[in-house]
Design a protein around this ligand. Structure first.
Ligand SMILES: [Zn+2]
Length: 499
């Protein structure tokens, strides 16, 4: 965190001050203020208020900015797809979405001449960056956002959108007000999400309006669309099926297949082989996955495997598949059959789960000193649970029956044999309560639905979402007591500790 703040300050002075003496003087004052605040606390805050120069440096001068990137359309991108072969691409899509989130954050810090330390958090469809303040920042971010969103229009049929915005921060904001500022920048990005692609339309209406809203040229001749993502473009018929898939969806299926056995991961600068990398190539980035690495292991991250000591480090990815005897991901039919053999009931379970009132946890849960490090530690701890612990739990105890499609930020989506999926949800709830030291204000809610194995996953996912919503709003909120913290199961909303 110190590195991120120092670098942001360095860039601020580089862009905003002409005289070196002025910079040294200001830096000395900042150092003195922070030291005294650390040793004297609130008493020194009163002193700052009485001194005009200190007040100006501490409260008024905006040295920093908090940048927020917020994706919309994640559900549509990852799993709201209607093909009967949807399951074959889901994990690849959700994995790639995580990779995109991280790489776009890295691209922005590269462009702003900052480091990865400036990325405070990236996961679950968001990223936050601490940067310097400059007059050009608005334009720089606008250009980046247009570049990314044009790509989403072209490659993902306008399904994904990145809202990118920032707010200026003073030293005081960094030390005392981060929760408030976090919320403020969230509001700015949510306004952008309501008018998505408007910046592109304003600038290049003729080229992009038809791509987003139609009509597509030639549609009268009944153009063929991709069975998975509905896009036009180059399509290929899939072997053993009657469906046409676009190159990108085919590539997500290959990525899903690769993820079954990949043990090593690294960032590279260019790759023309994997179609999904062509998207990252636009930002001078790409990824590489390998099952075995014989030499130079130090250049690779291990994937969810802390025992590989020679690597650069370990990357936690939310990957957990139930594989059959032929090492293929089990189909919905196989998962339902397993449940049938145990229970006599041939159904697939679909689970949606997320943390209750997370906004309030961030706003009020950190007390009056919501420093940047406290906020980022809270975010990272939740990520550790959803991206690190959840796949670990499935791999160790539910590996034959639960398919983790998405887990990150503060929520989760999984399918599996219905009986085991229920066990998994209760186990996960119990472990989350332990992880949060049984704090009554940090809880989880869940919605589970049971469907026939050939029921479209797109509809099952929406039903599970509705049940999750019912669980959260079953009890009317009347005060400060947590009224969420429930699961909807078999159409009934119950408390987790009902027995
Ligand atoms: Zn497609």
């Amino acid at each position: 965190m110190v590195c991120a703040i120092s670098l942001a300050l360095y860039n601020y002075f580089k862009l905003n001050l002409t005289f070196k003496e002025q910079e040294i003087d200001t830096l000395n004052k900042i150092g003195q203020i922070l030291k005294e605040l650390y040793t004297q606390g609130d008493i020194y805050r009163e002193e700052i208020k009485k001194n005009d120069l200190k007040k100006e440096i501490f409260e008024d001068r905006k040295f920093f900015t908090l940048i927020h990137g917020d994706f919309s359309g994640i559900q549509r991108f990852i799993h709201l797809i209607s093909s009967k072969y949807a399951m074959k691409t889901l994990k690849g899509r959700s994995f790639f979405f995580g990779v995109l989130t991280e790489n776009f954050a890295k691209y922005i810090v590269d462009q702003l001449e900052l480091t990865q330390a400036n990325i405070i958090f990236a996961g679950g469809g968001h990223f936050y960056i601490i940067a310097h303040y400059s007059d050009d920042l608005k334009l720089q971010l606008s250009e980046i956002s247009i570049k990314i969103n044009k790509l989403f229009i072209e490659q993902f049929n306008s399904n994904l959108y990145l809202a990118l915005d920032y707010i200026p921060l003073s030293l005081k904001d960094l030390v005392y007000n981060v929760s408030e500022k976090w919320e403020e920048v969230n509001k700015k990005t949510s306004i952008k999400k309501r008018e998505k692609f408007s910046d592109i339309i304003k600038r290049e209406k003729d080229a992009y309006f038809p791509k987003i809203f139609g009509p597509i040229e030639g549609s009268a001749k009944k153009l063929q669309r991709c069975s998975i993502c509905n896009s036009f473009g180059t399509l290929e018929i899939m072997p053993d099926s009657d469906e046409y898939w676009c190159i990108m969806c085919k590539s997500f299926k290959e990525l899903t297949d690769d993820l079954r056995f990949s043990k090593f991961y690294r960032d590279i600068q260019f790759d023309s082989v994997k179609s999904y990398n062509t998207i990252l190539n636009e930002f001078e980035k790409a990824i590489s996955l390998e099952e075995n690495v014989e030499t130079n292991q130090k250049e690779w991250y291990s994937i969810n495997n802390l025992s590989l000591k020679n690597c650069l480090g370990d990357k936690q990815f939310p990957i957990a598949f139930p594989l059959n005897e032929f090492s293929f991901i089990k189909s919905n039919e196989e998962l339902a059959t397993q449940a049938y053999q145990r229970t006599g009931f041939n159904k697939l379970g679909i689970l949606k789960m997320d943390v209750d009132s997370l906004g309030k946890v961030f706003q009020k849960g950190l007390g009056k000193n919501s420093t940047i490090s406290r906020v980022s530690t809270l975010s990272s701890s939740l990520t550790l649970f959803f991206e690190g612990y959840v796949p670990k739990l499935i791999q160790s105890e539910f590996s034959d029956s639960v398919y983790l499609i998405f887990s990150g930020g503060d929520d989760l989506f999984a399918v599996g044999s219905w009986d085991k999926l229920i066990d998994f949800s209760f186990r996960l709830y119990r472990d989350f309560r332990r992880f949060t030291a049984f704090n009554p204000d940090i809880s989880l809610s869940a919605g589970i639905v049971l469907e026939s194995p050939n029921f479209p996953i797109i509809k099952a996912s929406l039903s599970a979402e509705t049940e999750l919503d019912r669980a959260k709003h079953f009890e009317k909120f009347t005060g400060n007591i947590n009224t969420k913290n429930k699961i909807s199961l078999f159409g009934f909303v119950i408390k987790w500790d009902w027995n």
